[in-house]
Design a binder for this molecule. Structure first.
Ligand SMILES: Cc1cc2nc3c(=O)[nH]c(=O)nc-3n(C[C@H](O)[C@H](O)[C@@H](O)COP(=O)(O)OP(=O)(O)OC[C@H]3O[C@@H](n4cnc5c(N)ncnc54)[C@H](O)[C@@H]3O)c2cc1C
Length: 280
């Protein structure tokens, strides 16, 4: 049971949704945009969330879009992880999403909710970071297109009242060789000890991580180090691990020392595969 009363709205357009947000905020309803509701409902049940109104974005056509236009794959923020997987348009994102929560919950979790939620892992973000995708964001003043790196920098960076409408990924990235590895403490379904994504673009390897630090990240320093082909692989991996941008997580899933070990191994295996053959 959800122990709080709140109003439920399901607008048909982005403009209607952002106006609703503005009006509800002015009426002190503390509105929230609502994707799959998995985090909102879980937190409300645990008395960790208080809202007077939710604005469900799934009735908005732009938020449900999944297809190609003008050389880009458009993925609506309200598209579920299951739909992404079943559409078979981008196997990298399907794979990253396919290791989040369990099969049933993936049918509810939306891409926008995974990126904008408060749970620190945001694992579906990793392929998006590696493709430098654009994000359509809407607020009271209208829509804007921004880089994913501006929308998410250690945490979601939306302005108050803004919602994510779509993610736009350049088609040329969709067929590049990639690696996705998720290591958990024991169960296949669990929060990540290390979640790792790599993409090979021509000769350059791009890498992004979740579960390593208290936020997911892609690091220019780490990419520069691992792409120094003249340096021995073991040395590159050692330096890359030392360049992680924040303290390694140390929690019930694993100590920081164990995470460092798993991270080094994952990097080593990925680079060996990428440098030895075309795809891994
Ligand atoms: C059982 C379980 C296991 C999980 N395991 C993992 C895991 O292993 N890895 C991982 O990365 N995550 C995991 N999560 C977290 C999960 O992926 C997301 O946090 C998900 O729960 C939120 O998606 P949702 O669509 O249900 O969002 P909602 O619950 O609807 O919303 C979550 C938050 O995002 C905001 N929001 C939603 N959509 C938008 C939008 N379009 N624009 C702006 N703000 C928006 C909402 O206002 C709210 O604050 C797990 C969650 C559960 C419940």
């Amino acid at each position: 049971m959800i122990p709080i009363d709140f109003d439920y709205y399901r607008p048909d357009t982005v403009a209607e949704a952002t106006k609703l947000y503005h009006d509800l905020a002015a009426a002190e309803k503390r509105p929230l945009y609502y994707g799959g509701g998995t985090e909102i409902i879980t937190m409300a049940r645990a008395y960790n969330l208080d809202t007077g109104a939710v604005i469900d974005i799934k009735g908005i056509p732009a938020c449900s879009e999944l297809g190609f236009a003008a050389g880009k794959l458009a993925i609506g923020a309200g598209v579920t992880l299951t739909r992404i997987s079943e559409a078979k348009l981008w196997s990298f994102l399907a794979k990253a999403g396919g290791r989040i929560a369990d099969h049933t919950t993936q049918g509810k979790i939306t891409l926008g909710g995974n990126i904008c939620g408060t749970i620190i892992y945001h694992e579906a973000l990793l392929p998006l970071l590696l493709t430098d995708c654009e994000v359509v964001v809407a607020g009271e003043k209208g829509e804007r297109r921004v880089s994913i790196h501006k929308v998410f920098d250690q945490r979601p960076r939306l302005e108050k009242g803004e919602m994510v409408v779509q993610f736009l990924v350049e088609e040329e990235f969709l067929d590049l060789p990639y690696v996705h590895v998720k290591r958990t403490k024991s169960e296949k379904i669990d929060y990540p000890l290390v979640s790792f994504a790599a993409l090979k673009n021509k000769d350059e390897v791009r890498v992004a991580f979740s579960g390593v630090c208290a936020f997911p990240f892609r690091s220019a320093d780490i990419e520069r180090i691992i792409n120094e082909k003249g340096t021995a692989l073991e040395e590159r991996v050692r330096r890359a691990v030392r360049s992680v941008p924040a303290p390694l997580l140390n929690d019930v899933s694993g100590s920081s020392g164990y995470r460092e070990f798993v991270l080094a191994n994952t990097l080593q295996n990925t680079l060996t595969a990428f440098e030895g053959k075309e795809s891994a």
